[in-house]
Design a protein around this ligand. Structure first.
Ligand code: PLP
Length: 370
């Protein structure tokens, strides 16, 4: 089977799966981009990674951790809970460290969703939790984005019923890149979280410049019935190390901690701790990301393409071309872009990546659409 056929078959298989489980999902969390080939030097603008990481200090911390890597990480996790508690002004008992934030999403799904119950979420959004709980027999109630590709919070709130186990909110949202202003989200949480726990995924928190955006960790401090997730995979450039965490009130965090099995490794914990102390790399990551997304935004503007003003490390824009076709045309230019996010099949999510890769993309875009 050649690469083109493989892509078609994979996309078809994804379509069949979508009918039975999660709409728009085309593979497990482990599925690489079907056109990727690690032996080639491709511009990988499809994974929302930060190719400038890990920082030098994180690399040194990883190397130094080899001497203790024969140990289980239990005590180091306890220590890191204190570090994260101090960072966020919560007690260490409010922190749940996990092997990537997807593990935290899974743990929350397992803790609060039941077979025969339901989970309310936006469509399209980041699917990892829904993929997992749909296999447990939980119904996924998808609330489509509104005309501005924003969360339709009113519809999400009114979808809550006695069978709802959890509500999932991704802020900013992957793949659309839209964000919910703090006041709007707080009023939603005021209304919904007394009835049912709300999960707020803040994977892209660090990239947001909008003045009316805010973390919901402040509400955890006020004892809200919510769970906030963060990751070291984005601004800190540690996606391959697998480390993220949840923040929730202590009694809820304890329920979640009991359900986490994919723990962070000692090298990951040490890399994350060093990264938190490295403000220079953090600011650098944000700066290059801002430059990258501005270059992409300008290219879209020049070509008259509709796009979401980016607050993330990716840009969601309307190509007007079917995404499978657009993927293949970009792949012919050695560039990988994001997969299909139905029903936005003529839109594309492109990650920022290295600035040289973004330049390649910006140059290829008019050619590919011409
Ligand atoms: C919204 C969102 N949440 C969570 C994750 C997964 O993060 P992690 O690498 O910490 O598992 C991603 C990854 O792209 C994401 O986009």
């Amino acid at each position: 089977m050649n690469r083109r056929d493989w892509f078609r078959t994979t996309a078809l298989a994804g379509g069949a799966l979508a009918v039975n489980s999660v709409p728009g999902f085309s593979g497990s969390w482990y599925t690489p981009h079907p056109l990727d080939d690690l032996s080639l030097d491709l511009a990988r603008l499809c994974y929302n990674e930060n190719p400038y990481g890990p920082s030098k200090s994180a690399r040194e911390a990883i190397m130094a951790s080899f001497d203790i890597a024969h140990q289980y990480p239990f005590q180091y996790i306890q220590d890191f809970m204190k570090v994260l508690g101090d960072k966020h002004g919560v007690s260490p008992e409010s922190i749940v460290v996990c092997g990537g934030s997807v593990e935290g999403l899974r743990a929350a799904g397992v803790a609060f969703c039941k077979p025969g119950g339901n989970l309310i979420t936006l469509d399209p959004t980041y699917l990892s939790m829904m993929t997992y709980v749909s296999k447990m027999g939980t119904e996924i109630i998808n609330i489509p984005v509104d005309k501005n590709l924003d969360h339709d919070l009113e519809k999400m709130a009114s979808a809550v019923n006695e069978k709802t186990g959890l509500v999932f909110v991704c802020n900013p949202n992957n793949p659309t890149g839209t964000y919910i202003p703090a006041a709007k989200l707080i009023s939603f949480l005021d209304k919904v979280s007394p009835k049912v726990p709300v999960f707020v995924d803040e994977a892209y928190f660090d990239y947001v410049d909008a003045k009316d955006y805010q973390t919901m960790i402040d509400l955890v401090k006020k004892n809200y019935n919510i769970i906030v997730s963060r990751t070291f995979s984005k601004v800190y450039g540690l996606a391959g190390m697998r480390i993220g965490y949840l923040v929730a009130k202590p009694e809820m965090a304890s329920i979640l901690r009991d359900r986490v099995q994919a723990s962070a490794s000692i090298p990951a914990l040490k890399a994350a701790e060093a990264s938190l102390a490295d403000s220079e790399f953090y600011e650098f990551s944000k700066k290059v990301n801002r430059e990258g997304r501005e270059m992409i935004s300008e290219a879209c503007t020049k070509l008259g393409l509709e796009f979401v003003k980016p607050q993330t490390n990716f840009v969601f824009f309307k190509t007007g071309v079917d995404i499978k076709e657009f993927n293949e045309r970009m792949r012919n230019k050695n560039i990988l872009v994001g997969r299909a996010f139905p029903p936005f099949n003529d839109w594309c999510r492109v990650s920022t990546g290295k600035l040289t890769d973004v330049e390649m993309f910006v140059k290829a875009l008019p050619q590919v659409l011409g």
